[in-house]
Design a protein around this ligand. Structure first.
Ligand code: TYM
Length: 417
């Protein structure tokens, strides 16, 4: 799946927009950073190469075995199938879990649209599972400030979208006693500890360094240039004194897609200089655009992704009409030569959403042999995604403003430190 998972990170990224693609071609390298995911390769991002370039570590069987041994839980299907494929120092987190020492989970969302898409579910569904396995605090950062700085969005609107997205996140079933969700615009102003960490980080990183890591130019506004310190700060337990009682030695594990890694390379570099532990990371591949590995996807292009707000009918239409097929050109051709799961978007989506390994393997075999037609494969996916979205919409309706307020209120969680 990694092979074909896409030059296109969903939604707001100008994925294969002209300039990024040109740059990727010129550099003969994939571009993967928090704002651009682009490749000149037909096959999509080369994740093995990316691991080497970023200096992270591939998740191997030995780590999965250790995970199972230490936690007593079989790895989640997103881990087993290599959707989460790369990591930094997860072993250290497992050491702590074994030694019954505390740690926490940190993840986030940049609220650029009212509805999240199905790709955004990946890190959050996985984070929820990690929280259930480890039973540790979770902090979720909503970077409304980031979206204000990078997008054509009013600050007030970005703040409103943060709260809308928080409802989507809550609807995934997070436990209010274990989870703090915060908007940067709201929390930073009320938290001297968070702000102090921000400026401590800012003092450690030069303009030259952020230019090197993030590609900022002289014409980028100064808000962008200092923003990485804001995404770095939640990695440190001292940013949340109400949760961790001022303890500075509690590390975190950050689940995210690999586009966010540059922020945390910077954070890991700064951490020892501030006397803090480095955050550990677990990275996922990207959920591809409906149109396939070479297709631009954006929030303003509603037919390129399945949104959590989509109706059953919209899901059916989008998948039937737009999901790039690896099937034959005709039924006869398909029966004779079989389908190609490597490039088939409906199959790719099933690897994210179908939990049953045996069923998925049967589908792969039948599609590859030509026995299963593209229409049948798509039908499987449509039923699953219709249920994912309908269930989500039901749960989201139950998230009241009071529930939202409680999740976003700075407070002690159920853990003592
Ligand atoms: P954002 O809103 O771009 O994405 C939210 C999370 O979803 C991941 N993601 C995807 N995963 C799989 N397939 C996709 N197509 C896809 N698109 C996005 C992102 O990697 C991310 O994990 N700056 C961040 C917000 C943030 C954050 C964090 C994210 C703040 N602190 C800590 C992760 C961890 C952003 O704009 O994410």
């Amino acid at each position: 799946m990694a092979e074909n998972a896409t030059e296109s990170k969903m939604e707001e990224m100008q994925l294969n927009d002209g300039a990024a693609k040109e740059a990727a071609t010129a550099a003969e390298e994939d571009i993967v950073d928090p704002w651009t995911v682009a490749t000149s390769s037909e096959k999509g991002i080369d994740y093995d190469k990316l691991i080497k370039r970023f200096g992270s570590t591939k998740i191997d069987q030995a780590l999965l075995d250790r995970f199972e041994k230490v936690t007593g839980h079989a790895p989640h299907h997103l881990l087993r199938r290599g959707v989460f494929f790369s990591q930094r120092e997860v072993n250290k987190i497992l050491d702590r879990y074994e030694a019954k020492k505390p740690f926490f989970l940190y993840t986030g969302r940049g609220p650029s649209s009212g509805s999240m898409h199905t790709g955004h579910l990946i890190p959050f569904v996985f984070t929820k599972w990690l929280q259930e396995v480890f039973d540790v605090p979770l902090v979720v950062q909503l970077t409304d400030d980031e979206k204000f700085l990078w997008k054509d969005l009013k600050a007030e609107e970005a703040f409103r979208l943060a709260k809308e997205n928080a409802k989507d996140i809550i609807a995934l079933g997070f436990d209010v006693e274990k989870t703090f969700i915060f908007s940067d615009m709201e929390y930073i102003g009320s938290s001297p500890a968070f702000y102090m960490n921000m400026i401590k980080i800012q003092k450690c990183v030069t303009y030259n360094q952020v230019k090197g890591i993030f590609g900022f130019t002289d014409s980028d506004c100064i808000g962008k240039i200092s923003f990485p310190s804001i995404q770095a700060a939640p990695s440190f337990s001292t940013s949340f004194p109400q949760i961790f009682g001022g303890k500075k030695d509690i590390p975190c594990l950050i689940p995210c897609a690999i586009d966010q890694d540059p922020y945390f390379r910077m954070t890991r570099d700064v951490a020892p200089r501030l006397g803090y532990p480095k955050p550990a990371l677990i990275h996922s591949t990207f959920f591809p655009a409906l149109q396939g590995a070479k297709t631009k996807m954006s929030a303003s292009e509603p037919n390129s992704s399945i949104f959590l707000t989509d109706t059953a009918k919209q899901i059916k239409t989008k998948i039937n009409k737009y999901a790039f097929s690896g099937g034959g050109t005709s039924v006869e051709d398909h029966r004779e030569r079989g389908g190609n799961c490597e490039i088939d978007i409906a199959y790719q989506y099933l690897t994210f959403f179908m939990e049953d390994d045996e069923r998925l393997e049967q589908i792969r075999k039948d599609y590859t042999s030509g026995q299963l037609l593209t229409g049948d494969l798509k039908k499987e996916l449509i039923v699953i995604l219709q249920k994912v979205c309908a269930d989500h919409q039901d749960r989201r309706k139950q998230v009241t403003d009071d529930i939202l307020k409680e999740f976003m209120r700075p407070r002690k969680l159920k853990y003592d430190f």
